[in-house]
Design a binder for this molecule. Structure first.
Ligand SMILES: Cc1cc2nc3c(=O)[nH]c(=O)nc-3n(C[C@H](O)[C@H](O)[C@H](O)COP(=O)(O)O)c2cc1C
Length: 321
């Protein structure tokens, strides 16, 4: 029922991408996403210190699944400059067929590396004009995420319901839509807008396999659609996150025109580690969609995807009556 130009392009069972989630996108989690019939995506930026670790991550995913998976190339500003062409080259050497870029405009050298290796290129962005630019540079598909989404929002503030069809009207390549896709209802809604697929981040964060500490997952289960907000806009890095104490502190610093140095301790790697690995829900911040308010359980990735697809199928049939 859900064979689309996206499943044709990337070879997955379902038209679903598992959103890259930086430190959380460990090989077992990525492999579980692919095994469930969606596209698992390795975050190359998780391996800034060692190409060997990056290569090992690709091997681990390949050993755990024979289904398609991709590598994400991070185009957001980073504290450390990454050699993204090298990440693409290694992915090609390891026979990864699909590259997702996300963040700012794709640089020419990265695009020519992807194209030169004959890989499939998906670019994720938050605005119609960015999608058009990626298509003009040769992207095979564009992922567009609305303002509801967990993670980077950009500054255009357009919601999924409007952004997805606007993008479909503007480009010819398959469009993957997201921002708030957490169940069969929201999946079908985005497909009904004409998208060839959906991207799912926050719902998969609240899976058994996602390596986020149980305390944080449980705290997020109690969150409603009102408990996220966009912060870091003042430093050009607007992100939708769950509003805990550090997030509110960041918002206050921004309000009082504080600078990046004041914000860094709250968004540091150590704060994230204390939160993600040690379960201190008030240590740092975590990206999170408004869709969190619709999530009421933690279950295996396979079940999340299967439930999403079967619920979308049921609604689709009911609508056709
Ligand atoms: C915890 C978390 C971390 C994320 N990290 C990244 C990232 O490193 N790179 C990226 O392109 N997108 C990142 N995202 C965005 C997701 O890949 C995806 O686009 C988004 O979650 C989709 O919206 P949704 O959360 O409403 O499903 C992250 C999202 C979450 C929830």
């Amino acid at each position: 029922m859900f064979d689309t130009p996206l499943t044709e392009l990337i070879g997955t069972e379902y038209p679903i991408l598992g959103g890259t989630m930086m430190d959380l996108s460990t090989p077992p989690f990525v492999a579980a996403t692919s095994e469930a019939g969606a596209l698992g995506i390795i975050a190359s930026a998780m391996y800034p210190d060692s190409y060997k670790d990056y290569r090992d991550a690709i091997h681990q995913v390949r050993n755990a699944t024979d289904k398609p998976f991709a590598v994400n190339i991070n185009l957001f500003p980073m504290m450390r400059k990454l050699d993204n062409v090298k990440y693409v080259d290694i992915a090609a050497e390891e026979d990864v067929r699909i590259i997702e870029t996300s963040g700012f405009a794709p640089p020419e050298d990265v695009v020519s590396a992807i194209k030169g290796h004959g890989m499939i290129w998906l670019h994720k962005c938050v605005g119609v004009r960015y999608a058009c630019k990626a298509e003009s540079m040769g992207a095979d598909g564009v992922t567009i995420v609305g303002y509801e989404n967990g993670g980077a929002t950009g500054n255009l503030n357009v919601a999924t319901l409007i952004l997805v069809p606007s993008t479909i009207d503007a480009v010819k390549v398959p469009v993957i839509g997201g921002g708030g896709v957490v169940d069969g209802r929201t999946m079908l809604a985005v497909l009904s807008l004409g998208a060839a697929g959906v991207i799912v981040g926050t719902r998969l964060m609240l899976s058994e396999e996602c390596p986020l500490h149980r305390n944080v997952k449980e705290a997020l289960l109690s969150a409603t659609e009102l408990d996220t907000d966009v912060i870091m806009r003042s430093v050009g890095f607007a992100h939708r996150i769950w509003m805990n104490t550090p997030a509110r502190k960041i918002a206050e610093i921004e309000e009082s025109k504080g600078n990046l140095e004041d914000l860094l301790p709250l968004a540091s790697g150590w704060a994230a580690k204390k939160m993600y690995e040690m379960g201190d829900t008030e240590a740092g911040t975590v990206s999170c969609s408004q869709g969190v308010g619709l999530i009421h359980d933690i279950k295996p990735v396979r079940k999340i995807i299967a439930d999403m697809v079967s619920e979308a199928g049921r609604i689709h049939e009911a609508l056709a009556l």
